[in-house]
Unconditional design. Sequence first.
Length: 256
Amino acid sequence: MGEAKRLDGKRAVISGAGSGIGRAAAKLFAAEGARVALLDVNAEAIEAVLKEIGPDAGAIAVPADVTDEAQVEAAVGRAVAEFGGLDTVVPNAGVQLAGQDDRADRLSLEVWQRTIDINLTGQFLVCKHGLRALVENGAGAVVCTASPTGQYGVAPGYDAYSASKGGVLALTRVMARDYATDGVRVNALMPGFTETGITARAFTNPGSLERITAGIPLGRAAHPDEIAAAALFLASDESSYVTGAILAVDGGQTAI
């Protein structure tokens, strides 16, 4: 018999699974034995990820806009029905509206609201409906997606994004307390500068890329697979005594 996989028998829903960190996590979770529901507003993107995962893993695509509670509830409900329950919830979908986000006196309410709606309210809604299944299951893990910008003022001019991610940190901590007696662990990843669609503009601007990486002790951006590996740990039974934690995966950026 082959070696046991780290998520054998687990059932997960991952939002933002069509690209970046969410895509990497979905592929890794499936490779480690989990059945994964890929949740994303971009139906074509998650269908493509589904093909990359392959038919044998039992993954499904559940298109939904995380700002629409009815869509989130239906998507999570479909995952629960297909899998017979859930063990893991990864609310990861997010945006960073480069060129629109700004310092407070120049920030439009529309950009502020859209950022909060996706990055904070969207994570809350995925948690809300996913947690119901975890509580019913009597155990489980939630892995939220935060950012160093929510803890430190490292992103001047990204006031909406920073505020949204600060909210994720607070939500993670209070949910850890709320659900501990239900056997549910709630933690957050705090990815640093990662090579995804959100940061693509920096990679086309050598000066910007050099400035950002100069503040990272490891001297480079993360690859989404490196963030997914940390999510795997928090989702697995290896982290059975970890809850309310904020795991920095940032090349040492917040250590200095």
